[in-house]
Design a protein around this ligand. Structure first.
Ligand SMILES: [Ca+2]
Ligand SMILES: [Ca+2]
Ligand SMILES: [Ca+2]
Length: 400
């Protein structure tokens, strides 16, 4: 490292040493660029010329930048080359030729507009890529579903070289010519050896490729205990039951639809005079109608071979209110999961994580990139409300 840095400024060397030390100590360092009229660069630079000029767009009042999709975009240097890419360079004083670490996560915040695709191509140390020497190594393809939401695709890679070999840059977003990409922010996380690839649990929609747990993890909803927050020391993925929490929380329209809000079974008509749970008493139609959860993802190239569904379920109370929940996934009844939910007594209210390996017949329905989940009790009329904090789907999980 010192050899490479011979002749550069003292400040740059000092920064390099600091980054190396931090990563060696197991710290994760996040570099980022927020895109807009003026990009906010923190260790990552957006290029513009040739086939990678981009244009400013405003989505829901938020600035972002969009790829050219094969059109000639206005450029600073006046070039008239058709634009397809969005090209980024990481500061050489922070990551260069796989040092201080080849383990990075590329996190792309994109607007889910259109039903087309994109990939990232990056400068890798492997022998893959378009030229067999690691340059322009492609990630998995991301397919959009035109939800209009801000989503995050995270790629976990362990062969980052980032030696400026991709047209002088380190990575680029390729819009693939089938529709433009609208990008809000890009981050590169530098991870030390031995530190697991991670999710950002505050994000409402995240797909993470290549973690130690699964080929692809799709999370729908933020991990925040319905917005009320976790008690100190509570581990949301432990499967333990939470302490009791307050019933009332504010519905945030930005939350993934069907999470962090109360739903009351559709068969409850409100006029039976029967006693109900607190969730039913504190909400009203139509805002507490059960709603379908639609988890969209990009099916792995080799197909979905197996899958685990995690559901953070809250205030299910069949033993108390004689409710009988039915679960439909991709149009199929799933009595195995119904049995699990109907055995819960989450009076409190309290919640816990359910981990459910999806049956073979459900997995067979998942190659299309959609998981539609509907939970309801359409029959008993019980006054039983319930809620979900988040769903998490592990596609092709790694055998533990
Ligand atoms: Ca595209
Ligand atoms: Ca309940
Ligand atoms: Ca949540």
């Amino acid at each position: 490292m010192s050899k490479r840095k011979t002749g550069v400024g003292a400040a740059v060397v000092a920064l390099w040493v600091l980054v190396c030390m931090a990563v060696a100590q197991g710290q994760t360092i996040e570099l980022s660029i927020a895109l807009g009229d003026t990009n906010q660069e923190d260790g990552i630079h957006l290029g513009s010329q040739g086939d990678f000029d981009t244009e400013l767009v405003v989505v829901n009042g938020v600035e972002a930048r969009r790829t050219g999709n094969g059109q000639v975009l206005p450029s600073e240097d006046g070039n008239e080359i058709r634009d397809t890419y969005m090209q980024f360079s990481v500061d050489d004083a922070l990551l260069f030729k796989g040092e201080p670490t080849p383990r990075v996560q590329l996190r792309v915040e994109y607007y889910d507009l259109g039903t087309d695709n994109f990939v990232i191509q990056y400068d890798a140390s492997s022998t893959g890529g378009a030229f067999g020497d690691g340059r322009f190594t492609s990630t998995s393809r991301v397919t959009k579903v035109n939800s209009g939401k801000l989503k995050v695709a995270t790629f976990s890679i362990d062969d980052a070289y980032f030696g400026n070999r991709d047209n002088g840059a380190d990575f680029r977003i390729d819009g693939l010519g089938d529709g433009p990409e609208t990008i809000r922010r890009v981050a590169v996380l530098l991870l030390a050896e031995g530190v697991d690839f991670e999710e950002d649990l505050s994000l409402k929609y995240e797909q993470v490729w290549g973690t130690e747990q699964a080929e692809l993890i799709v999370r729908y909803g933020d991990v925040d205990n319905l917005g009320v927050g976790w008690p100190e020391g509570f581990a949301p993925f432990s499967g333990e039951t939470t302490p009791e929490h307050d019933i009332v929380w504010l519905v945030d329209p930005d939350d993934a639809e069907g999470t962090d809000r109360i739903m009351v079974v559709s068969s409850y008509d409100g006029w039976t005079g029967d006693a109900t749970d607190g969730y039913t008493a504190s909400t009203s139609r139509p805002s507490n109608e059960p709603c379908e959860i639609l988890i969209a993802y990009t099916a792995p190239a080799g197909g979905v071979v197996s899958a685990i569904l995690q559901v953070f379920a809250d205030d299910f109370q069949s033993p108390v209110w004689r409710s009988s929940f039915q679960v439909t996934i991709n149009g199929l009844r799933v009595p195995e999961l119904e049995d699990v939910l109907n055995a819960l007594d989450q009076t409190g209210p309290v919640g816990k994580l359910i981990t459910f390996p999806l049956p073979r017949r459900v997995v067979a329905s998942m190659q299309t990139g959609e998981l539609r989940i509907f939970v309801d009790d359409p029959e008993t009329g019980a006054g039983d409300g319930f809620a979900f904090d988040f769903f998490r789907l592990l596609l092709n999980p790694v055998e533990q």
